[in-house]
Design a protein around this ligand. Structure first.
Ligand code: MRU
Length: 377
């Protein structure tokens, strides 16, 4: 059916996309980011010289996705320390830049703790800055390793649930190299299936309103050479009804202690569809995304974004016109409901795949054990 719109990617650039790096030019250290608001039209870099610039990059989604937010937050603390700014103030502003992805505060706090510890031990601000940077680099590296391990566990799970291969996987939002120190979370599993010759097609939800699926996941899929097809979020239901989806794979921004998963708005309806159509619904996330301090789904703070993201087409490549800088698609003054995330309850989730293994069924006890193994309680 939808093969008419299908495209097999022919772009053979490396699948690992450099999204964040620390540089030390003579003028002082900087954090260089790939500006994800400009993709896929342009590959433009943003140079942050202080924490407020990084906070703005986080809010505007120039840098985004849970694991990458953690890495960026840690580098942000290192940047404040290396440039002699108030580290506690920078850490607070970074943590508050976006509320839902717990990885952001995990990354910020890790670098801040390393800074404080070194400062207390030596009294030397340079030692504090060096320690914060080392913590950021370690987190960056650990995320790359976690990606590889999630991909392996996820592929094994797919083989178990769907013997015979030829998987047709549906994904929502973006969860590849653009959100990670490695190849990502859910998208890394898809890539592993593709490389093993077991992926028939990746169905890519466009992900309204900011089009992370159309702009970013399709960009990554094209680079990988996998067969993929873009669909509007509204088309997913008819795709399930036609029997064209074998599994749903998504990432997560926060997993509460009871197993409720916050991810890009539109994930929950997919979980409901998957349950109705007896299709596995799989969440792929590093253990740092599990938050033992958030008891349940109702306790997860869901970020509310400005209405103009819905009432206007605000992609950077369209000419400027409306209040938010885009082309209006609704009457002036229209109110919009624009939560950035929704919450899927554990009973709709077949499995959570982490670098430490697969949790299925998704229970509070199994998640607590996972976190305890990493010293997070
Ligand atoms: O608003 P975004 O683009 O930061 O949202 C990102 C997502 O919802 C991803 O699916 C999530 O961070 C998991 S990616 C590993």
């Amino acid at each position: 059916m939808a093969d008419q719109q299908a495209r097999t990617g022919e772009d053979r650039r490396p699948t690992q996309i450099p999204v964040i790096r620390w540089e030390e030019p003579p003028e002082g250290p900087v954090l260089v980011l790939l500006d994800q608001t400009r993709l896929p039209a342009e590959e433009v870099e943003l140079v942050c010289t202080d924490a407020p610039a990084l906070v703005e990059a986080i809010r505007s989604l120039a840098v985004r996705g849970a694991p990458l937010l953690g890495i960026a937050g840690a580098y942000g603390v290192a940047l404040a320390a290396a440039r002699g700014f108030d580290v506690a103030e920078a850490a607070r502003a970074l943590e508050e830049a976006r509320p839902t992805a717990v990885n952001l505060s995990v990354g910020v706090r890790r670098a801040q703790a390393a800074h404080q510890e070194a400062l207390a031990a030596t009294g030397d601000p340079t030692a504090g800055a060096v320690a914060a940077l080392a913590a950021a680099r370690a987190l960056h590296q650990e995320d790359a390793v976690a990606s590889t391990r999630m991909a392996a566990h996820g592929l094994a799970l797919l083989d178990e649930l769907l013997p015979g291969g030829g998987h047709r996987i549906l994904t929502h939002c973006n969860s590849g190299s653009l959100v990670s120190g490695g190849e990502g979370t859910a998208f890394a599993v898809t890539l592993a299936a593709h490389r093993a010759g077991r992926l028939r097609r990746l169905w890519v939800d466009e992900t309204r309103p900011l089009l992370q699926g159309a702009r970013l996941t399709a960009y990554e899929a094209a680079r990988s050479g996998m067969a993929y097809t873009l669909l509007t979020d509204n088309a997913a239901g008819s795709l399930f009804a036609a029997g064209e989806v074998d599994a749903v794979l998504i990432g997560a921004d926060r997993i509460a202690a009871d197993g409720s998963v916050a991810n890009k708005v539109g994930s929950y309806p997919l979980a409901v569809l998957a349950r109705y159509h007896h299709v596995p619904f799989i969440v792929v996330a590093p253990v740092t995304t599990v938050d033992p301090a958030t008891a349940d789904g109702a306790s997860i703070e869901v970020e509310q974004r400005p209405g103009f993201e819905v009432t206007e087409l605000s992609a950077p490549q369209v000419p400027v016109a409306g209040a938010g800088g885009g082309i209006p698609v609704a009457p002036l003054g229209t109110q919009a409901y624009n939560p950035a995330f929704d919450v899927t309850p554990p009973e709709l989730i077949t499995a959570v795949v982490t670098e430490e293994g697969v949790v299925s069924p998704v229970t509070a006890e199994a998640l607590a054990e996972l976190c305890a193994g990493q010293g997070r309680t």
